[in-house]
Ligand binder design. Structure first.
Ligand SMILES: NC(=O)c1ccc[n+]([C@@H]2O[C@H](COP(=O)([O-])OP(=O)(O)OC[C@H]3O[C@@H](n4cnc5c(N)ncnc54)[C@H](OP(=O)(O)O)[C@@H]3O)[C@@H](O)[C@H]2O)c1
Length: 253
């Protein structure tokens, strides 16, 4: 996959009663918007009246997500690949008439002892959780400078706390929080606000794959994380919601 493939859905099929929400008139791009937390964020933004574009690698999943969202723009790209990512945001900016907010929600999670963590595991975690934030944010920057927009990075409780058997993931997520904080300072003079949402264990396939012994209903739900993202996006321009941590009430996992 060496080219970004924009797949245009119908933006007019968003239900009319949702178009008067607090994000009306704003364009939001959700990297990782085809499933899990990113999908819930995209849905919340559509309901709040935004024009939404979702970016991910798998075309079939993008199509399904777009259909479920009432028809949003989809872009097939691997945001760890520079050329694809740059091209995607160039096309996206043209098709959407700009960009007001970028939500970075791509990521992967490896749960195994350090001793058996391979270089492949390490690189996968670093690329999908950290390099993706760098690539997508840098590619979107010209559009965000134009709009004095926002960046919201979906990080993790593992950006602040160390849990055993998560070395590669934790290294990437600590790094991504560091990058988020630097960008918040560096882009502030350009009028761009940069924030992070740090979920604990959330009920998506990512956490299901590791079979934690916790009932799904006791986990954070993707919609809870989406609500936190809306809080960030709807904050008045003179305030920045810097970091929101959302963990299961029954315990901080
Ligand atoms: N679930 C949890 O318990 C939890 C807790 C804390 C933090 N988080 C963080 O929340 C974020 C989302 O997690 P999730 O649970 O929603 O995962 P998910 O259900 O697996 O969704 C991940 C999304 O990212 C896309 N993606 C992955 N790699 C990509 C790449 N290189 N380029 C473009 N798109 C890519 C996936 O689509 P394709 O595979 O088609 O590309 C998918 O749309 C991650 O950063 C994760 O670390 C999750």
């Amino acid at each position: 996959m060496d080219t970004a493939s924009p797949q245009t859905g119908s933006l007019t099929s968003v239900e009319p009663q949702t178009a008067t929400g607090g994000l009306s008139g704003r364009v939001v791009a959700v990297v990782g918007g085809s499933r899990g937390i990113g999908f819930a964020v995209a849905r919340a933004c559509v309901r709040a009246g935004a024009t939404v574009a979702i970016i991910a690698r798998e075309a079939g999943r993008l199509r399904k997500a777009s259909h479920a969202l009432g028809g949003v723009l989809t872009f097939r790209a691997d945001v760890t690949q520079e050329m694809q990512t740059v091209r995607t945001f160039r096309v996206l900016g043209g098709q959407c008439g700009g960009l007001d907010a970028l939500v970075n929600s791509a990521g992967t999670f490896t749960y195994k002892p350090f001793e058996s963590t391979t270089a492949v595991d390490w690189n996968l975690n670093l690329k999908s959780n950290l390099t993706s934030v760098f690539m997508a944010t840098r590619a979107a920057l010209p559009l965000l400078i134009e709009s004095q927009g926002q960046v919201v990075n979906i990080l993790s409780i593992s950006s602040r706390h160390a849990f055993a058997q998560c070395s590669a993931y934790t290294a990437a997520k600590f790094g991504a929080l560091g990058l988020t904080r630097v960008l918040a300072e560096e882009l502030r003079p350009k009028g761009i606000r940069v924030s992070a949402v740090l979920p604990g264990a959330t009920n998506t396939r990512l956490v299901k794959a590791f079979g934690f012994p916790i009932e799904p209903e006791r986990l954070v739900q993707p919609e809870d994380v989406a609500q936190a993202v809306l809080t960030v996006l709807l904050a008045p321009r003179h305030t920045t919601v810097a970091e929101i941590v959302v963990t299961p009430s029954g315990g901080s996992v």
